[in-house]
Write a protein that binds this ligand. Structure first.
Ligand code: NAD
Ligand code: TYD
Length: 352
């Protein structure tokens, strides 16, 4: 048996594949375009594993995808492939529409054709799991209840709008054609292999280089932080026992402001790697121009997945952030190989 993972060379997909090969006796085919966010170094530990196959390609490629489906006969597809950084979507949303909307449509269309040709028993067991985000629900007021699966979609930036479109397409392919699809919407992840354009790895990287830690606006925006391995465990659970056609919200029940996250990172670094010229790393925190359309608060109500599938997060934000800081400290060669010319161009453009 085999599963097809798309976008498996990115942050969450790579963690998912590594965990999968450690915990399951089932093959994985990884289809990834290797955009700036895709990095085969993330998968160095499984390269050469007999149950792992890498294919470079685009989820929207209607020649490649049908061929690889017929060749590898996956019993499930888990779609991680996406353009994923809000700030980049604000500069230019072309690639977000290309992959998150058109690419997902083509992937669904080709998977539907493949699924339609399967024998009945295999059709019944087949799953398409679409990995999405809490951002599709829009922003919460302080004190408002966390997002449930019944919240309406109110995406506020090009990234979340493109993900919302993909979620709607997945829903439609299930409803109209019967494709056995499920969708998961998850809160902010952090952990090993996250590209240092996102808040947590960017701040660790900058702190170690004694560079400013740029907090947008007043730094009081709230996110619900989840350790990536907890997300991967939730996805395995949804794949195995989730009900076809359903949506599952996944969150850490760990609401923190960005300022609290920055403070936590600095205090952990002060303890285990003191070095900002004798001062706390907190002195590097700097408030910069806010992100346009910045969503004030996200929070996920994960009671459905807990109640129905028995999943809950195992890390607190404190334990998960500490693990993450240690991972970045121990993997400075990964960081050095990741922050090349393209990365420096992005940082200059975004934070000039
Ligand atoms: P990422 O940006 O780190 O990785 C995305 C991967 O997709 C990269 O390896 C890239 O090369 C690949 N890719 C991009 N376009 C492709 C295409 N057209 N065809 C094939 N591969 C392509 O993203 P991530 O943080 O790992 O997120 C994975 C998924 O989880 C995304 O769908 C994202 O929307 C969702 N998500 C992320 C978070 C988070 O906090 N990072 C939270 C909730 C949901
Ligand atoms: P990010 O990691 O980009 O995830 P998302 O936008 O998907 O939530 O950002 C997390 C939060 O951190 C978000 O409120 C924006 C904020 N942020 C900063 O304040 N400074 C930064 O340099 C970055 C990248 C993010």
């Amino acid at each position: 048996m085999t599963i097809l993972v798309t976008g498996g060379a990115g942050f969450i997909g790579a963690n998912f594949i590594i965990d999968w090969l450690q915990t399951r006796d089932e093959g994985v085919v990884n289809l990834d375009k290797l955009t700036y966010a895709g990095n085969l170094r993330n998968l160095a530990s499984v390269e050469g594993h007999e149950s792992y196959t890498f294919i470079r390609g685009d989820i929207g490629d209607s020649v490649l995808v049908p061929d690889l489906l017929v060749e590898h006969k996956p019993r499930a597809v888990i779609n991680f492939a996406a353009e994923s950084h809000v700030d980049r979507s604000i500069h230019c949303a072309d690639d977000f529409i290309g992959t998150n909307v058109v690419g997902v449509y083509r992937l669904l269309d080709n998977v539907l054709r493949y699924w339609s040709e399967l024998p009945e028993a295999e059709q019944a067991g087949f799953r398409f799991l679409h990995v999405s985000t809490d951002e599709v629900y829009g922003a919460l007021e302080p004190g408002a209840p966390a997002f449930t699966e019944d919240n309406s979609y109110k995406p506020n930036n090009p990234y979340s709008a493109s993900k919302a479109a993909s979620d709607h397409l997945v829903r439609a392919f299930h409803h109209t054609y019967g494709l056995p699809a499920l969708t998961s919407n998850c809160s902010n992840n952090y952990g090993p292999f996250q590209f240092p354009e996102k808040l947590v790895p960017l701040f660790i990287h900058n702190a170690l280089a004694q560079k400013p830690l740029p907090l947008y606006g007043d730094g009081r925006q709230v996110r619900d932080w989840l350790y990536v391995r907890d997300h991967c465990a939730a996805l395995r659970q949804v794949l195995e026992t989730g009900e076809v056609g359903e949506v599952y919200n996944i969150g850490g029940n760990n609401e923190k402001t960005n300022l609290e996250i920055a403070t936590m990172l600095c205090e952990i670094l002060d303890e285990i790697r003191p070095g900002n010229g004798g001062e706390s790393y907190k002195s590097l925190v700097s408030f910069v121009k806010d992100r346009p359309g910045h969503d004030r608060r996200y929070a996920m109500d994960s009671s459905k997945i807990r109640r129905e599938l028995g999943w809950k997060a195992s890390e607190t934000v404190e334990s998960g952030i500490r693990k993450t800081v240690l991972w970045y400290l121990e993997n400075q060669d990964w960081v050095a190989a990741t922050v090349g010319g393209g990365y420096r161009d992005w940082i200059r453009k975004q934070y000039r």
